[in-house]
Design a protein around this ligand. Sequence first.
Ligand SMILES: NC(=O)c1ccc[n+]([C@@H]2O[C@H](COP(=O)([O-])OP(=O)(O)OC[C@H]3O[C@@H](n4cnc5c(N)ncnc54)[C@H](O)[C@@H]3O)[C@@H](O)[C@H]2O)c1
Length: 595
Amino acid sequence: MARDFSSVGVVGLGTMGAGIVEVFARNGVDVVAVEVSEGALERGRAILTGSTDRAVAKGKLAEADRDALLGRVQFAVGLDALHSVDLVVEAVPEHLDLKQRIFAELDRVCKPEAILATNTSSLSVTEISVATTRPNQVIGIHFFNPAPVMKLVEVVRTVVTSTDVVADVEALCKRLGKVDVTISDRAGFIANALLFGYLNHAVGMFESHYATREDIDAAMKLGCGLPMGPLALMDLIGLDTAYEILDTMYRRGGRDRRHAPVPLIKQMVTAGLLGRKSGRGFYTYERPGSPVVVPDEQTPVTAESALGDARAIAKVGIVGSGTMATGIIEVFAKAGYEVVSVTRGAEKSAKVFEVVKTSLNKGVVRGKLSEADRDAALGRINWSATLEHLADVDLVVEAVVEELSVKKALFASLDEICKPGVVLATTTSSLPVIDVAMATQRPADVIGLHFFNPAPLMPLVEVVETIRTSAETTATARAVCTALGKTGVVCGDRSGFIVNALLFPYLNDAVKMLEASYSTADDIDHAMKLGCGYPMGPFELLDVVGLDVSLAIQRELYLELREPGFAPAPLLEHLVTAGYLGRKSGRGFRDHTRR
Ligand SMILES: NC(=O)c1ccc[n+]([C@@H]2O[C@H](COP(=O)([O-])OP(=O)(O)OC[C@H]3O[C@@H](n4cnc5c(N)ncnc54)[C@H](O)[C@@H]3O)[C@@H](O)[C@H]2O)c1
């Protein structure tokens, strides 16, 4: 018969433990909440009451239910209070020796049939279990942060965990309203194994001044639809915890350099900058434990003064007739710029015109655009098949085929045609902007403007500075993005810029995980959506983006950065060779023909 978990214990009431207490108590389970000292106990109690008070204030929890919830929790110092619980979830800091000591003690204190669970993110559950005389009753129950909100629980089974313990814990997760995935004991399990390389890489970008914290976070939120940027997430996780997780993953996970904690993390931990819990991490918070970010010395100055150097832009030339060029023409025309569209012929111009018109019409049908505004936008576009018409524009946006020789030739022509002081922008997503810049006599005026597809909808533009780009050119590009209603993030001229450099290695890692048969595509997709709040799982996204496109980007990253961990997953290569390119070919990681 399945175990009845009427009373559970939680050890450690920090970032995770306090949330785990709330999850149990909300679902009618009595909880004994244990800390190491009276002070820590009070801090844990404050996290719990703060969270439940916020839920009441937001109307998500009735006052009576909050009182009943808090009434189910008994607070205590020391493990002895856990003598009669049916299950213990340990959530103390991520140190193996500490956890082993606690498990040996729990083994002594708890009744013989009690299940002992760890919330570790990266340590070996097996190694923790052997500190007890009941390793078959030891299991990993890995909640996600914040525990009351995130739906996923990774249930970690070691080679000795008994099957009925696994089944009972799975049933408990369902009772708690969680979705569980059961996996074996490997460093980082599913979600953290895919998440932490990405987080560490983002910290590396910040440390090397590749982009600001605001721009890195905005890029991932707006470019990928993530609920928060990587540096804000590091602050939520806690830098001390993140450091330990990375360090363990590095040591347990094959010494992948991408998991070697970026030195800045250790420095911040030493300086007490632990993230939200200490009131300061990558960002500064209103007070310790608060989610409210307040300005500090790194906060960018207000838009107007920062854009003081920007040149005035009224007339914009857009070269190209593909998906990106078409979307960008619409964006500029809608924002009130006079546009000169240059394609390779009247036929192409007519096609682009139709697409832009259809798209604007959709806006009218949806009530987002008046007929008069649509007509005005269309009226602002001049159609041309010759570059000579760009002689008097203030900005050129190039969006032709992704081939360096073609782009270089085009920029050399622009250099001869355009008036001095014009900003010349390329929309390349993978070529070095400096190569294009050096095809002109005015590299200081050349910059990357990496729009995302579909350009009229996606709010992000990566503004790519080369080592020759002038501050004035960057300020102009930023001002243009703002005038277009987009968020421009400034970054250096490296393969993948911000978004692709952070996104594709993660997707590639997911493919490697599948290839190693650690989990299924469905469970991996679930884990990232429910554990990290991603809008799509990695395999869903790969099928949408296209496996061939993803492979090409991953190859570029690997070639430029020479990071062994970036080598494309062999399975990805094979699928592309087999013609399984994703949705567009009917089959990728999933078969799309049967839906
Ligand atoms: N932070 C996250 O996002 C996250 C997510 C999932 C899992 N985890 C895992 O959860 C565990 C806890 O991490 P955290 O971020 O909550 O850490 P934390 O530092 O916020 O909290 C740890 C708590 O444990 C207490 N503690 C220390 N020694 C103790 C002892 N001997 N007895 C009782 N309590 C003790 C501390 O006082 C502190 O309150 C770690 O294993 C971590 O890897 C963390």
